[in-house]
Design a protein around this ligand. Structure first.
Ligand code: PLP
Length: 391
């Protein structure tokens, strides 16, 4: 029997967060009250001045096709922003604007990785990495993130797993789902191992670069010699609470930027025009709303970490970035998935299993603290009551 499907479609994975959200919504329709700690987006509204800029752009006629790589003024603003925050020189021709940061991941892997080549990626990690690696027929090589190492990847693993077939290494700092942050020393060590390999490219997913609670953001692209080997992925979704606007970008060498632009021509044509005008305002306008959001996230982080640590059987590290915690739940002696299901069904608290982020997430769950302090406190009380029956 023939099939309408191409083989590759069966290699594509997904993001479980959307499935858990659907199950939680179904319970809500039955009248249950669910606290949502599964969601990976800021619960803040997009700052007013950014919304105003979008409305103005709409009224001024930004309602047509624009260049596939992005409006020049936005690419200039991004080049300035990256130069300022990463301390590197960036040309607007090294910037490609896409509908969200995700397409840079997808297009970057499509453009650079052949079937049979190897791609290293953090595990646990954003599930789309492994999904797209498999989709293109490449071999996923997990870099295990260990709690003992504060969930930072170990540069020695990079050294040991490097082969003739290694084509790409995906980094993500600050990290989803653990909130870990790579140190300058980690990045320097990784750079030292990969520098010699001419055809290797780093995808550095930095979408949480501004959601950082100590120190300054470090990008591997700022290490001498590494800019040409790195694609910086960043965007507006997290920093400016703009997940629904769909806008992000990649910063990369010009020849690759041209190829990614060609992928844009073949798929989206361009990113929404008035959204791009709003993004210029996001980068050039007041930064106070982002600062306030990060301070509020810090307050919630402290509440959720101490709350989780007060539950017998749970131990939780204090993350340095992003808005997730990744507590150890091994003491309950069940699979993470089972525990996540139980918390949803019995406690009415929606969380994700550590294994939703890869096999090395077993023994952990992920909670997002993109929710109010009041709801976080309520979730902790409910979890405590449910889990006390298990231990
Ligand atoms: N990279 C990571 C690590 C993420 O957590 C997310 C969103 O959850 C993205 C990329 C995608 O961002 P965007 O909404 O800009 O496509």
């Amino acid at each position: 029997m023939g099939s309408i499907f191409a083989d590759r479609i069966f290699r594509l994975g997904t993001e479980t967060a959307f499935e858990v959200l659907a199950r939680a919504k179904a319970l809500e329709r039955e009248g249950r009250e669910i606290i949502h700690l599964e969601i990976g987006e800021p619960d803040f509204d997009t700052p007013q001045h950014i919304k105003d800029a979008a409305v103005k752009a709409l009224m001024e006629g930004y309602t047509h096709y624009v260049p596939a790589a992005g409006i020049l003024e936005l690419r200039e603003a991004i080049a300035e922003y990256i130069a300022e925050t990463r301390g590197i020189e960036v040309d607007p021709d090294e910037v490609v604007v896409t509908p969200g940061a995700k397409p840079i991941l997808f297009f970057g892997i499509l453009a650079c990785v052949n079937p049979g080549e190897e791609v290293m990626y953090p595990n646990p990690g954003f599930p789309i990495y492994e999904s797209v690696i498999r989709f293109v027929g490449a071999r996923p090589v997990p870099l295990p993130l260990r709690e003992e190492n504060d969930f930072r990847l170990d540069p020695n693993d990079v050294r040991e797993k490097l082969t003739d077939k290694t084509k790409m290494i995906i980094l993500n700092s600050p990290h989803n789902p653990t909130g870990s942050v790579l140190t300058r020393q980690d990045l320097e060590e990784i750079a030292q191992y990969v520098m010699k390999k001419e055809d290797l490219i780093i995808l550095s997913d930095e979408v949480y670069s501004e959601i950082l609670y100590e120190g300054k953001h470090e990008s591997i692209a700022s290490i001498p010699g590494m800019k040409e080997k790195t694609v910086i992925i960043d965007g507006f979704s997290k920093t400016f609470a703009m997940t629904g606007w769909r806008i992000g970008y990649g910063v990369m060498r010009k020849d690759l930027a041209q190829r990614i632009t060609q992928l844009m021509v073949n798929s989206n044509s361009c990113t929404c025009a008035f959204t791009q005008m709003a993004a210029i305002e996001a980068l050039r306008g007041p930064k106070e709303p982002t600062r306030r959001m990060v301070e509020e996230f810090r307050r919630r982080r402290d509440v959720i970490v101490s709350g989780l640590n007060s539950i017998p059987g749970i131990s939780c590290k204090t993350p340095k970035g992003a808005f997730y915690v990744f507590p150890n739940v091994k003491a309950f002696g069940m699979k993470s998935k089972q525990l996540a299901d139980l918390l949803l069904e019995r406690a009415g608290v929606a969380v994700l299993a550590g294994t939703d982020f890869g096999e090395y997430g077993e023994g952990y769950i992920r909670l997002s603290y993109a929710n109010s302090v009041e709801n976080i406190r309520k979730a902790i009380e409910r979890m405590k009551a449910t889990l006390s029956e298990l231990i």
